[in-house]
Design a protein around this ligand. Structure first.
Ligand SMILES: [Fe+2]
Length: 391
């Protein structure tokens, strides 16, 4: 019997080497002026922003450029970008970069469209407004293989005054178009390749073991896990290998679908609070905690947890399959973490032991929805134990 499900991910995915050249064609469908958003000025310095501006111009689309976005995008930066977009008459927002740039673009599309501060829409305060169809159209051009943000209806925004880093979700921030051009990923540094690549695995594992996982989200998650097992090490060590880059970009896209459908669970919920308070790198934080969140939940569905390890190994040997255990699967994840240089406990990521209790409280305050989707609902003590084990 097939489990009931609901499948809605309305993103046109344009995938392939050189597909950046089609950005103008798609942007022109949504307006005559685009706000291009990047994280910092690196893409301006290497000429990528100018290349995009010219591609847009060829299709009759003018642009404004905003780069004042932190790796963990701040609500204040998003409001300033939205103000620029509003003042200059932009009609479509293009996020060019990793999850930070795309999440910021999503936030700006909401703030611009409603002419209100973005924090009013973030699920951390007492009253949370819902985005509407006033939200401007978003085009996501991903330059990393990790965050799935080019597919998802989620945006993660940090409030610098409160250190809160909630994830918001709305159908109105699904990008209209997600452009995935693996050529843009060839020069991604090793550390970012590893951290964003692990994020793909975490999205897949958590969507795969979510309470609302479905037959269709499982298909996306399983193939993404298999591709990570096969290609992430190579993408890290041989960054200019287009086959490995392309496979990871595809895995990221599949994981984005899995995450949009089945959401994420404990590890992502907790990682937001860690990142909000300690300013850590998302993928590194996930790598420190994933083995422990897996161990916490594995007995709720041993077969699925076992399958994660078998997919990572792309294992076909009948004997290995029959003797494999969920703990073996976790060790497979730990091996991958070591191999890609992400064996970094939270204590070495700038997390203070004195902050663990505060992190746990923050996670329950605004990310408990993710905890509720886990097969095993954690108590506050469970969360503290996971944090300590990852410390
Ligand atoms: Fe993530």
């Amino acid at each position: 019997m097939i489990k009931d499900f609901n499948h809605y991910v309305p993103v046109r995915v344009v995938f392939g080497a050189g597909k950046l050249n089609e950005a103008g064609k798609y942007a022109a469908k949504y307006g005559s002026k685009a706000l291009i958003v990047t994280t910092g000025s690196f893409f301006k310095e290497i000429g990528l922003v100018d290349r995009l501006i010219n591609i847009l111009k060829e299709s009759g689309v003018d642009s404004e450029y905003y780069h004042d976005v932190s790796p963990n995008p701040l609500s204040t930066e998003i409001d300033a970008g939205a103000e620029l977009g509003r003042k200059t008459g932009c009609e479509v927002v293009i996020g060019l970069g990793g999850g930070s740039a795309i999440d910021a673009a999503k936030g700006m599309a909401i703030a611009m469209g409603h002419n209100e501060p973005i924090w009013d829409f973030c699920p951390a305060g007492p009253v949370v407004k819902q985005p509407t169809d006033k939200t401007y159209p978003i085009i996501a051009i991903t330059t990393t293989s990790g965050t799935g943000s080019h597919i998802s209806p989620f945006s993660v925004i940090t409030n610098p005054e409160t250190d809160q880093k909630p994830g918001m979700g709305s159908d109105f921030i699904y990008p209209r178009v997600g452009i995935v051009d693996p050529e843009l990923m060839l020069s991604m540094p090793k550390e970012i390749t590893a951290a964003t690549g692990f994020d793909v695995l975490a999205h897949s594992i958590e969507a795969y073991t979510s309470k609302i996982a479905s037959p269709m989200s499982d298909i996306y998650a399983e193939e993404a896990i298999r591709l990570v097992g096969r290609y992430l090490r190579k993408a890290v060590t041989e960054g200019n290998d287009l086959e490995a880059r392309s496979a990871m970009a595809y895995a990221d896209t599949l994981a984005g679908f899995a995450m949009s459908l089945a959401i994420n669970t404990i590890c992502h919920g907790l990682s937001h609070a860690v990142g909000g308070i300690s300013g850590t790198v998302h993928g590194e934080t996930l790598a420190a905690m994933t083995p422990h969140t897996m161990r916490f939940s594995m007995n709720q569905d041993p077969e699925k947890y076992k399958k994660i390890g078998l997919l990572l190994r792309d294992e076909t040997c009948e004997q290995v399959i029959s003797e494999f255990t969920p703990e073996d699967a976790i060790q497979e994840v730990e091996k991958l973490i070591k191999d890609i240089g992400l064996d970094i406990p939270l204590s070495k990521q700038g997390v203070e032991e004195a902050d663990l209790e505060r992190i746990a409280d923050a996670a329950f305050e605004y990310m408990s929805g993710a905890f509720d989707l886990d097969l095993r609902t954690p108590t506050r003590e469970d969360i503290i134990n996971i944090l300590r084990a990852s410390f």
